[in-house]
Ligand binder design. Structure first.
Ligand code: NOJ
Length: 535
């Protein structure tokens, strides 16, 4: 369903992240699959009780030994048998498009699996055809690793390969050797992977861990960290500043290459993933020149403590560094991070939904967060864990029904179900006051309002204790958003003269508030969010 080059459908879009292993299992093996996703598309779009999102992004479904659950790919153009077949993937793409849903896949360009034929060949001998597709280095005379670089998951980023007598680089697990993007053959091969999927109708890619694409050619040691990073990444913080091992300037060349391939296919989108402060991240968007990513996740909001000044700073930094034609991309959860209902607390989940869906930006919603799923209690998780980095608790089965297996499978789920009796799609669908119903109302309001969907953003400060206030504005549509992030009621002092309005109509609220409101008399309840259309 891709359009022409001017089709910027993704501006202000709402995307939904599916973690395929955990979404819906159609064959009873306890592992989610493509047919399961197809059978549950009503939840996303095209039916009465859909969320109404614009697109879906699937975490990797490619063949993989699953050391990092699909982020270790052994065949970039296939489908893992446990998820289904290429035909089933085609059917899923078609099913999405019939409902007007865009379909995004995960591109993992910086590393393969150790089982990928390129790496199998590369490690077979120093003269192998693919040797230079990866990053190899000799040890110093004492045999230690070539540099002090740490892997994101902890320990050295170098793995000794005894057979060929060199180390290879792995930013993540040792089973994920880094590709060498200084070798043009790698760029060509990855471009062909993208074309393969674009030609099948894929509307875009979420691009994995792009900051790891290039390392310092001289392998200089990283210095100690001088100041805590605003973005902690995930795990393995060795007190090291990844100055020489990550986010090197050459990463921009890699992004430009990937973007040039995407530009061969009008209407497609690239969403970069990089755990970086927004001032570095914004550079990956090409400063609006349209030659790097269309979008890139800004994780500062996700990492922000739930405190007025921190949340405000996250939004203001993002707004300051994304000029009007460039769109921030916010997520409040994903398969690598603690669930928002656990991280910020269940009492705040409605306010968090309001924030995600009324700020200027692309909103990415992680499956399960719309029903307030919480992290699994570590006591119920398998030991040893499936994921050595400790992320199993954020990846438990989607809770569809109030049953022991949550309507996820007819077999034994690969990870335990957390609390399907308390939180599930079926019950929340029928309850107008549920979190799921709020998500639907917020997304519907956003679709119906040019200001909320694609309008500009302007903040107002000092409006009230713990109150965030911002205006979204598009031609003919002005919506004032007010959110009390505190746990006490808060009286607002709104600049009515500057707003040019005394009152307005509630468009959507986290509470039962509806109808006309008078701005001079606004008191927000604890954690209440209200969007008001003003004249
Ligand atoms: C980011 C992915 O989201 C994460 O799950 C994975 O472990 C790393 N990149 C490595 O691919």
């Amino acid at each position: 369903m891709a359009g022409d080059a001017s089709d910027r459908w993704w501006e202000g879009a709402v995307l939904y992240q599916v973690y395929p292993r955990s979404f819906a299992d159609s064959n009873g093996d306890g592992i989610g699959d493509l047919r399961g996703i197809l059978e549950h598309l009503d939840h996303l779009a095209g039916a009465d009780r859909s969320l109404g999102v614009d697109g879906v992004w699937l975490s990797p479904i490619y063949p993989s030994p699953q050391h990092d659950f699909g982020y270790d790919i052994s065949d970039y153009t296939g489908v893992a048998a446990e998820f289904g077949t290429l035909d089933e993937l085609d059917a899923l793409i078609a099913g999405c498009h019939e409902r007007g849903l865009r379909f995004l896949m995960d591109l993992v360009p910086c590393h393969t699996s150790i089982d990928h034929p390129w790496f199998v060949d590369a490690r077979s001998s120093r003269d192998a055809e693919h040797r230079d597709w990866y990053v190899w280095a000799d040890p110093p005379p004492d045999g230690s690793p070539p540099s002090n670089w740490e892997s994101v998951f902890g320990g050295s980023a170098w793995e000794w390969d005894a057979a060929s007598g060199q180390y290879y680089l792995h930013t993540f697990y040792p089973e994920q050797p880094n590709l060498n993007w200084r070798n043009p053959a790698v760029a060509t091969a990855m471009g062909d992977v993208m074309r393969f999927w674009f030609e099948r109708g894929v509307d875009g890619f979420r691009v994995d861990a792009i900051f790891a694409a290039v390392h310092d050619a001289r392998l200089r040691d990283n210095p100690p960290v001088r100041r805590a990073h605003m973005i902690p990444g995930f795990g393995g913080d060795a007190g090291q500043d990844a100055l020489w091992s990550m986010a090197r300037p050459e990463v921009h060349d890699v992004i430009r290459h990937i973007r040039a391939v995407a530009n061969e296919f009008p209407g497609r989108v690239l969403v970069g993933e990089a755990y970086l402060p927004v001032e570095e991240l914004a550079g990956y968007l090409g400063h609006g020149r349209d030659d790097e990513f269309h979008l890139a996740f800004d994780f500062e909001l996700l990492h922000s403590p739930w405190e007025h000044q921190h949340l405000t700073l996250a939004v203001e930094r993002s707004e300051a560094l994304h000029p009007p034609a460039v769109w921030p991309t916010y997520a409040i959860g994903n398969h690598d991070q603690a669930r928002p209902a656990s991280r910020w607390g269940a009492a705040r989940e409605r306010a968090a939904a309001f924030l995600l869906l009324t700020l200027r930006g692309v909103a990415v919603l992680y499956a399960g967060d719309e029903i307030g799923m919480e992290n699994a209690d570590p006591a119920i998780l398998p030991d040893p864990p499936f994921d050595r980095a400790g992320r199993d608790g954020y990846r438990t089965p989607m809770q569809w029904t109030p049953t022991a297996v949550a309507g996820f499978t007819t077999g034994t789920p690969w990870l335990p179900v957390v609390d399907a009796q308390a939180r599930n799609v079926l019950d929340q669908s029928a309850d107008p006051d549920s979190l799921l119903s709020l998500y639907r109302r917020l997304i519907a309001a956003r679709r119906a309002s040019p200001a909320l969907a694609r309008g500009t953003h302007r903040s107002f400060f000092g409006v009230g204790t713990d109150v965030m206030a911002w205006m979204r504005e598009a031609p003919g549509d002005r919506v004032l958003c007010l959110l009390n992030v505190g746990d006490q009621p808060s009286r607002c002092a709104l600049p009515t003269a500057r707003l040019g309005a005394d009152g307005g109509e509630v468009v959507v609220a986290t509470s039962a508030r509806a109808g006309h409101v008078t701005l001079a008399e606004m008191t927000l309840d604890a954690l209440e969010g209200v969007a008001i259309r003003i004249g």
